[in-house]
Design a protein around this ligand. Structure first.
Ligand SMILES: *Cc1c(COP(=O)(O)O)cnc(C)c1O
Length: 398
């Protein structure tokens, strides 16, 4: 049987691989040679599990959302990644990768960040593990996300402003790669999602796979069977989704529904729905679907959610979409915002706007009353309060 997991050459179907400049070859090759052995070693497993439990607060609860279930006519469980330390799933990956960096003898870590969430997660783990840390961030994003910049600085991380291009995530990523090229000996590059050259997408998926491992155990206890009928998650680069589906990816009893950011609509230029609007290309070292013009220039994506506006998509998800293993739905800004308010009023949970895209997909699926649905709430909405308040004000004034 064919698998939807990565193959020996680092591909998911036709997507993935490592398209990198010569100067990075050794770094990526070292990582490729070592990551599986480290992840599967007893010492890594023990330390990772202990930190996930005592520092992050795992297992994250699987919460039966009764009022939300009534609304959509099925049984909805929420996987509560919003309750993790630092407020989202990103900390799982950051801890795992910094442990890998240490095992490889690196003393410095670097990361890229857009909205600042991955930067904060990495800065947090850098403080915890006493590693020097530089986070590259576009100047535009620094101005938009001041609180996260201050958090990183308080944690002892240097935030390095990037002034090339549009001064956003894509430019920060390029700058981080450039820095890594010049400091291969002592530096490890922590990528924040299932993107980048092989082995990053597979490594990040494995580090986030604790999410579906827990779902299995929790469903067994609550439903008497360890699989749901539906798994739902939002996709930016695809890491919370990859973690949610990891242990079910080849189990076709389980339907997979992924929500990407439609922005103002996939028929407008203001969208981040890469799977539906992108074409095959290469971005940040991987062959995948990319938002690009006719002649291959990357199009700056748009979404109300800062965590979903990446112009590429994890190769794992590009393949799931192409093979029709997953259903991909575009959820627009206003649909996501309404879904966030709905969850808040029905269950008393304020989700991150990213996560609200997964919730916004609920009304687009036809469920049966006995269907068991697990939807991952990737993060909490504290960071998005300004956007929520502005949205409410604008609605009132209309
Ligand atoms: C960063 C982020 C995302 C998007 O990243 P993925 O790699 O697609 O999971 C989703 N939700 C939250 C809360 C985030 O911070």
């Amino acid at each position: 049987m064919k698998s939807f997991q990565v193959d020996q050459n680092g591909y998911y179907g036709e997507f993935g691989g490592a398209y990198i400049p010569e100067v990075l070859y050794q770094n990526v090759e070292d990582l490729k040679k070592n990551y599986l052995q480290i992840i599967e070693s007893e010492s890594f497993k023990k330390e990772f599990a202990l930190l996930l439990r005592d520092y992050v607060g795992r297992p994250s609860p699987l919460y039966y959302a009764k009022r939300l279930s009534n609304k959509y006519g099925c049984k909805i469980y929420l996987k509560r990644e919003d309750l993790n330390h630092t407020g989202a799933h990103k900390i799982n990956n950051a801890i795992g990768q910094v442990l890998i960096a240490k095992a490889m003898g690196k003393t410095k870590i670097i990361a890229e960040t857009g909205a600042g969430q991955h930067g904060v997660a990495t800065a947090t783990v850098a403080a915890l593990m006493n590693m020097e840390c530089i986070v590259f961030m576009g100047k535009t994003d620094i101005e938009r996300q001041h609180m996260n910049v201050q958090r990183m600085e308080m944690l002892g991380t240097e935030v390095r402003p990037v002034t090339s291009g549009n001064m956003t995530l894509k430019d920060a990523t390029n700058e981080a790669i450039r820095y890594w090229c010049c400091h291969p000996e002592d530096t490890y590059y922590v990528i924040g999602s299932t993107v980048g050259p092989h082995p990053y997408p597979d490594m990040v998926a494995r580090l986030q796979s604790v999410i579906s491992k827990e779902i299995k155990e929790q469903l067994k206890e609550k439903e008497g069977r360890d699989y749901p009928d539906y798994l739902m998650a939002c996709v930016g680069g695809g890491s919370n989704a990859a973690g949610t589906i990891y242990h079910y990816i080849d189990d076709t009893r389980v339907k997979i529904v992924l929500a990407e950011a439609g922005g103002k609509g996939i028929d407008t230029p203001y969208t981040a729905a890469t799977i539906q609007c992108g074409r095959l290309g290469i971005i940040h070292g991987a062959k995948t679907l990319v938002m690009q013009t006719e002649d291959g220039q990357i199009i700056e994506p748009y979404s109300i959610s800062a965590g979903l506006d990446y112009p590429g998509i994890g190769p794992i998800h590009a393949n799931l979409a192409e093979q029709h293993r997953a259903t991909i739905l575009a959820v627009n800004d206003d649909e996501a915002m309404d879904a966030a308010f709905e969850l808040t009023r029905l269950e008393g949970i304020i989700p991150a706007i990213e996560s609200a895209h997964a919730l916004g997909a609920l009304s687009k699926v036809k469920f049966n009353p006995e269907d068991v649905v697990v939807l991952t709430v990737s993060g909490r909405g504290d960071k998005d309060m300004d956007t929520f308040i502005n949205y409410m004000e604008n609605k009132k004034n209309k």
